[in-house]
Design a protein around this ligand. Structure first.
Ligand code: 3H9
Length: 712
């Protein structure tokens, strides 16, 4: 913490000044993260103007109050009419100051925050500070000189790496790169900043402007770095808008005088600001933070948890154990016999062996983590754990038997969680003596990598157990989404519906390869048939068989997937599924035999195939997803549309730049989506039943966003 200011002072003016000897201390105090809203910009401008005009001031020191220097432009202002002064003008004014300006950085100096520091003439940072230009993650580029000053200070290669990745650069690396001038010896930012300023004054150091930086002097090297970045963006970020503009802006830094290039940067920034991708990405940014705001977390304190139990050492159980170990928690795993627990331990170790092999962990590091892992075949090993996660075979009787054991051995107050993806958690909870302690924690595979965690809230659970689940998610660095109990919760329930829409499209005339290609073009990394091959077709097949008895006989049922599975073609692991994977290859090739099966099934069903354009494919695929998303919100399985969005962006590969399916629906227009559904319903009224919520919103002229706002 640098300096406290009273909240009333902060509200009055988020930028305060105070003369410390000859140094004007300028403190930005705009909680929670010192974002550069219009009042901060005005305050900074006035402070610099005042310093230049005041003969008693010899130097200026800019610091941030609270936990960060400055986290960037105020994202909430984007999309509103711009207010003067623009941040780029503020940075230019700081740089033009006739007196040396020093930025003393702690916490985050991100985006516009780093740009303010780059406008300053000297930069010192404490060791824990993080510097970065993460605008790319919001569909933007640094628009206040960041694309111009950064390459002039650190060269094109490092600048492009920082701007295109948006990563947070640790202070020590920033020093090495030349982004800052000094690493503070202590973490007292204010004292270090003042001392540095004194030292500069004593040495008669005047303003030293980043715009005059010489790191682009080797033009050939700079051009090579730009060309390489351009090729990389073409390959890996083809669908995104702002990375292309970032490369252009850095090219301008090389080719044009500073002021001219800065004007271009502003133009590019405005183009990004106007792009739907910016709206989608900023929606995702806020939605990811909103999801943690749930009634139970507001109403109750989490129970403390220090020691985690995991039942089951298969892929899921081991992944969950690794996620907890990675968060520094001790983990006890229980399996039914020696062979199984040995396999469970091996599954955990395999993850760390992989890291050691890649040089990302030392053998000692692995040993230290594994020392926190304990395997047992006896449930009594759980007597001290605070939270147990069950990840055994997906069968209600097997799960109930596990919960009976947990009920028997766990201490009072222990949280008892199930990782089921479909089963009725209310029934599991009701089968033991403490249903108030039972919650669903639906991890996604691989559990140590995937960010999404559905927190499933059964009827009898107590609020502090739900709050504990959200706290666990934070500790494990997961993105939690609150879900109600139903078959498939939020994600898998909606998936089941749009997956059927894909099957209908296939039987009606689009090939699985056409559908995958259209879905990839929309921005997904993979199409649904590729995903099925990756996950293993046998999993979906087992679910279909389980549900066969309860399926509505009047509902359309496409049998192609069953024909494929009956041949033992389960995807990558069997070297063929929807695609062929010769010699264990992971990129599939279209399979003429699959197309023949599809044809035969069309004939059996009496369907004359027709052509679908990519646009037609996406309209059906998305309409199915949005309609079921609306049902899920309508039934309060999801609290808000934004919870559906975060589920799909973090668990199902939905392109983040579109914000999520519900945000996408708002972008298209709910009336259009509803019109599509009604059109499709002419062919299959049972499948295409408009969600009552969608109908209501269209009638009221509202969008999904109106429900996000109402709930928060
Ligand atoms: C930019 O700078 C453009 C310029 O180049 C050009 C302009 C012309 N604005 O994340 P947390 C809120 S683009 C407004 O939970 P943490 C956040 O919503 C910007 N609000 O805290 C939350 O609100 P609530 C480039 C913001 O400690 C609260 O602050 N900068 C902003 O885990 C706490 O946030 C970025 O992209 C903002 N800029 O992490 C940095 N940032 O409590 C974005 C946060 O109501 N920010 N809020 O839910 C971050 O990465 C993290 O917030 C940070 C702190 C690492 C700073």
């Amino acid at each position: 913490m640098v300096q406290e200011a009273t909240s009333s002072a902060a509200e009055a003016n988020p930028v305060s000044t105070e003369l410390r000897g000859k140094i004007l201390l300028v403190t930005v105090d705009n909680p929670p993260v010192n974002a550069l809203g219009v009042a901060v910009r005005r305050g900074l401008m006035a402070a610099i103007e005042g310093a230049d005009a005041n003969p008693a001031v010899a130097a200026v020191l800019i610091v941030g109050a609270g936990r960060n220097f400055i986290a960037g432009a105020d994202i909430r202002e984007f999309g509103l009419p711009p207010q003067q002064p623009l941040l780029t003008e503020v940075c230019n004014r700081i740089e033009a100051s006739r007196k040396p300006v020093i930025a003393a950085i702690h916490g985050a100096a991100l985006g516009g925050g780093l740009e303010v520091a780059l406008g300053a003439h000297y930069r010192i940072a404490v060791a824990s500070a993080k510097l970065g230009l993460p605008e790319v993650a919001l569909g933007l580029l640094p628009g206040a000189g960041g694309t111009q000053r950064t390459p002039r200070l650190v060269g094109a290669k490092a600048a492009l790496d920082i701007i295109l990745s948006g990563r947070h650069v640790p202070a020590a690396e920033a020093l090495k790169l030349g982004l800052i001038d000094r690493l503070a010896k202590s973490d007292d930012t204010l004292a270090e900043g003042l001392a540095y300023a004194q030292e500069l004054l004593a040495a008669n150091a005047g303003p030293r402007r980043s715009r005059d930086g010489t790191a682009l002097a080797d033009r050939a090297a700079a051009q090579a770095a730009i060309d390489a970045a351009k090729a990389d963006v073409q390959k890996k970020q083809r669908n995104l808008f702002s990375p292309h503009k970032i490369v252009e802006a850095v090219q301008a830094a090389l080719d044009k005088p500073f002021d001219e290039a800065l004007k271009l940067e502003r133009q590019f920034f405005m183009q990004c600001l106007d792009s739907p991708q910016r709206a989608g990405l900023i929606h995702a940014f806020f939605a990811e933070r909103e999801v943690a705001k749930v009634p139970e977390a507001a109403a109750a304190q989490p129970r403390p948890f220090k020691h985690i139990g995991v039942v089951g050492g298969g892929t899921m159980g081991a992944g969950i154990a690794v996620a907890a170990l990675d968060a520094g928690l001790p983990v006890t795993m229980v399996e039914r016999d020696e062979a199984s627990i040995n396999r469970g331990r091996a599954n955990v170790e395999k993850v760390y062996d992989g890291l050691v092999a890649k040089g990302r962990m030392t053998a000692e590091g692995k040993a230290a983590v594994m020392a926190r892992f304990n395997g047992s075949t006896d449930y009594a090993a759980f007597q001290d754990v605070d939270l147990v996660i069950e990840a055994v075979f997906e069968d209600i009787d097997v799960k109930k038997a596990v919960f009976a054991e947990l009920d028997r051995v766990c201490k009072p107050g222990a949280v008892l969680a199930t990782n089921t993806s479909y089963l009725d958690i209310d029934a599991i909870a009701a089968s033991i003596s403490r249903p108030q302690d039972v919650v669903g924690l639906h991890f996604f595979s691989p559990a140590n990598i995937m960010k999404l965690l559905e927190i499933v809230v059964p009827a009898q659970v107590s609020a502090d157990v739900v709050a504990t689940a959200f706290e666990l998610a934070k500790k494990l660095k997961k993105t939690p989404v609150r879900a109600g109990v139903c078959d498939g919760f939020i994600g898998n329930r909606i998936l089941a519906v749009y997956r059927q829409a894909a099957d209908h499209l296939m039987e009606d005339g689009a090939s699985p390869y056409d559908i995958d290609a259209a879905v990839r073009e929309f921005g997904y990394p993979m199409g649904p048939f590729q995903v099925s091959d990756l996950a293993g077709g046998d999993i979906g097949w087992a679910t279909r068989k389980r549900k066969a008895a309860t399926r509505n006989p009047a509902a359309r049922y496409v049998q192609v997937a069953d024909r494929i599975c009956e041949r033992g073609w389960f995807g990558q692991k069997t070297q063929r599924g929807w695609y062929l994977y010769p010699e264990g290859s992971r990129t599939g090739q279209p399979d003429p035999e699959v197309l023949a099966i599809v044809d035969a099934e069309r004939q059996r069903a009496g369907i004359t195939p027709r052509r679908f354009s990519n646009e037609e494919i996406i309209r059906r695929y998305m309409a199915a997803m949005i309609n079921e998303g609306a049902n899920v919100v309508h039934e309060r399985i999801a609290l808000r549309p934004l919870d559906v969005d975060v589920t799909f962006v973090h668990g199902y590969g939905f392109p983040r730049f579109r914000g999520g399916p519900m945000k996408y629906a708002d972008t298209v227009g709910l009336d259009k989506v509803l019109a599509d559904i009604r059109e499709f319903a002419k062919e299959d009224p049972l499948f295409w039943q408009p969600s009552p919520l969608l109908v209501k919103l269209v009638e009221e002229g509202k969008n999904f966003e109106s429900l996000n706002k109402a709930a928060s």
